[in-house]
Design a protein around this ligand. Structure first.
Ligand code: GDP
Length: 287
């Protein structure tokens, strides 16, 4: 599998982010708690500089809690960064964010002012879900006149916080193929761009190494199969993914397995841990 984005997309996003970043007090970067490194775009860290940043480890309901705690410690080693695992649909969890934002910019003795906050992240990490939960019924769009092209859409949260939409599309970085497979496993890449059997074999191999008990429990396997292919065949057999002559249709087996994994039906699974040498240089810069 080789999945790449056009560098031109990145160059445009970069220009747009630079423009808006100057007006922003706090950056909220939404990442996927199951793969915090591969679902981050290093370009953002570079453009953000030392600006306060809250990393939202979203989809926490699907991730391994122990690994997520390790990621929080890892991210919070950087000054000006706070990390908050949550589930973007959960109002009570999201409700901590405004206080956290204010805490990050409070200056003793300075008068309280309204904050401009930008929500960023690669597609499918849950930005829209988070914005909707943050805004709730209070959502009011301002500055949406067509003439204001350099100013992104803003949402007045009516609590002293103005939320800016993502100004540019920030694609994941695909130069690291392990990262690309993790993204594909998580569902962050459109399924039309992936080969189910190929991605599922990667994911099954990972599960056999890291979470063998969860895998066996979900599919009622007495012992761990010899190879990822044997395991996927076994899963396919149990899920009725057969073609003529009792052969397994590995594409359908892969699709069924990935659906189980992404839906949390195998258990809470994290695809990467801090300390593994992972990802990804920022893509070559342009323009
Ligand atoms: P965006 O492209 O970053 O704006 O992502 P969306 O808000 O459209 O979310 C992408 C998908 O992830 C949707 O199917 C959401 O329902 C799902 N999603 C968002 N947040 C969560 C979460 O905390 N947990 C789970 N399990 N799914 C989520």
């Amino acid at each position: 599998m080789k999945i790449e984005w056009y560098p031109g997309h990145m160059a445009k996003a970069r220009r747009q982010i630079i423009e808006v970043m100057a007006t922003i007090d706090v950056v909220i970067e939404v990442i996927d708690a199951r793969l915090p490194a591969s679902s981050s775009n290093p370009l953002l860290a570079k453009l953000r500089g030392v600006k306060p940043c809250i990393k939202i480890l979203n989809k926490n309901d699907l991730a391994d809690p122990e690994v997520t705690r390790a990621w929080v410690r890892h991210f919070e080693e950087e000054s000006n960064v706070r990390a908050l695992p949550l589930e973007a649909k959960q109002r009570t969890e999201v409700a901590h964010i405004p206080t956290l934002c204010r805490g990050m910019v409070s200056r003793p003795g300075k008068p309280w002012k309204s904050l401009r906050v930008m929500v960023m992240g690669i597609p499918n990490v849950g930005k829209s879900t988070l914005i909707n939960t943050l805004a709730g019924k209070r959502m009011a769009r301002i500055g949406d006149k067509p003439a204001i092209t350099t100013c992104p859409q803003q949402i007045d949260l009516r609590n002293g916080i103005f939320l800016s939409d993502t100004p540019g599309l920030l694609w994941p970085v695909m130069s690291d193929q392990r990262g690309a497979y993790r993204l594909a496993t998580s569902g962050a890449i459109g399924d039309s761009a992936i080969d189910y059997a190929d991605v599922a074999l990667f994911a099954v191999a990972f599960m056999m190494r890291r979470y063998p008990d969860l895998l066996c429990a979900r599919y009622d396997l007495q012992a761990l199969p010899e190879s990822p292919t044997a395991a996927l065949e076994e899963i396919g057999r149990r899920r009725g993914c057969l073609v003529g002559g009792g052969e397994i249709n590995l594409q359908r087996a892969g699709e069924a397995f990935l659906r189980d994994l992404r839906g949390g039906r195998i258990g809470r699974v994290s695809l990467e841990e801090p300390g593994e040498e992972i990802v990804a240089e920022a893509a070559p810069e342009e323009g």
